[in-house]
Design a protein around this ligand. Structure first.
Ligand SMILES: [Zn+2]
Length: 217
C-alpha cells in the first residue's frame, strides 16, 4: 500500500471508530480498531498490476491465515444496505460462509456483531479499493492465539465496482472476501483463495474453509 492510501485509510478508520465503536459493551476491555481493504482488479489476468492493500499475506496457500476470531461460532449480522441488489449480494456471501459448517451467521434486528453494507468509496475517484472491513477486537483476550473480535463492519464500494464493471457474482466474491476479514481471516498468498488480496473471480474455497476450521477449532 502506498503512503497516500494508508493515510486515507487511517483517517477513515478514526472517523468510523468514533461513530461506531465509541461505546464498547465490555467497559473494562480495551478495544482496538483496524481496517483491511481489497484492491479492485480489471480482470483475473491483470492481478499483478493491482494495488496491494496492506493486509499481510503469510504462510502457505493451502491454509488461509487468521489474526482474529469471534469468541463463539454463532455470530450475528445485520445487512445495512438499502438496495435489494446489495442485500442479495450480502445474503449470498453469508450463505457461502455458512455452508462451510464452521460458523453460523445469524441475522439480527438488534445490535449485530457484523454489519454489512455498500457505499461509494471515500478514497478518491482514482482509488481502486473495491471493499473494506473495519474491525475492533479486545487487546486483552485471545483464543487459539487469535485476538477476540468485538465488532466488524464490511463494505463493498459501489462506485469502484461499477467503474471496473464487476458482475453481481464478482461483487458477491468481494463481499465474501470482506466477510472473511470480518470473521478474522487475513490475506492468502495464493490466487485460489477468496482471501487473495485482489480477488475478483474466486469464491470461498478449500484453503479458506481450512483457515476457518483452524481458527475456530
Ligand atoms: Zn482484504
Amino acid at each position: 500500500m502506498n503512503n497516500r492510501l494508508m493515510g486515507s485509510l487511517l483517517t477513515f478508520v478514526a472517523v468510523v471508530a468514533g461513530l461506531s465503536f465509541a461505546t464498547p459493551s465490555h467497559a473494562s476491555a480495551k478495544i482496538v480498531t483496524d481496517a483491511d481493504a481489497t484492491a479492485a482488479v480489471k480482470s483475473s489476468v491483470s492481478l499483478g498490476t493491482a494495488e496491494a492493500d496492506g493486509g499481510a499475506a503469510t504462510g502457505k496457500a493451502s491454509l488461509t491465515p487468521a489474526a482474529k476470531r469471534w469468541s463463539t461460532t454463532t455470530i450475528t449480522y445485520k445487512i445495512a444496505s438499502g438496495s435489494s441488489y446489495y442485500k442479495s449480494v450480502w445474503q449470498n456471501a453469508v450463505k457461502v460462509w455458512n455452508r462451510s459448517g464452521v460458523v453460523n451467521l445469524v441475522p439480527t434486528s438488534g445490535k449485530a456483531d457484523i454489519t454489512l453494507s455498500n457505499s461509494n468509496s471515500p478514497m478518491g475517484k482514482n482509488d481502486s479499493t473495491v471493499g473494506i472491513t473495519y474491525s475492533s477486537y479486545y487487546n486483552n483476550k485471545n483464543m487459539n492465539g487469535l485476538s477476540v473480535l468485538a465488532s466488524a463492519k464490511s463494505y463493498v464500494f459501489t462506485n469502484v465496482a461499477n467503474r471496473y464493471h464487476y458482475s453481481k457474482g464478482e461483487r458477491t466474491n468481494v463481499a465474501e472476501h470482506e466477510l472473511g476479514h470480518a470473521l478474522g481471516l487475513e490475506h492468502n498468498v495464493g490466487k485460489h483463495s477468496v482471501m487473495y488480496y485482489a480477488t475478483r473471480d474466486q469464491s470461498v474455497s478449500k484453503p479458506d474453509v481450512n483457515g476457518l476450521v483452524h481458527s475456530y477449532r
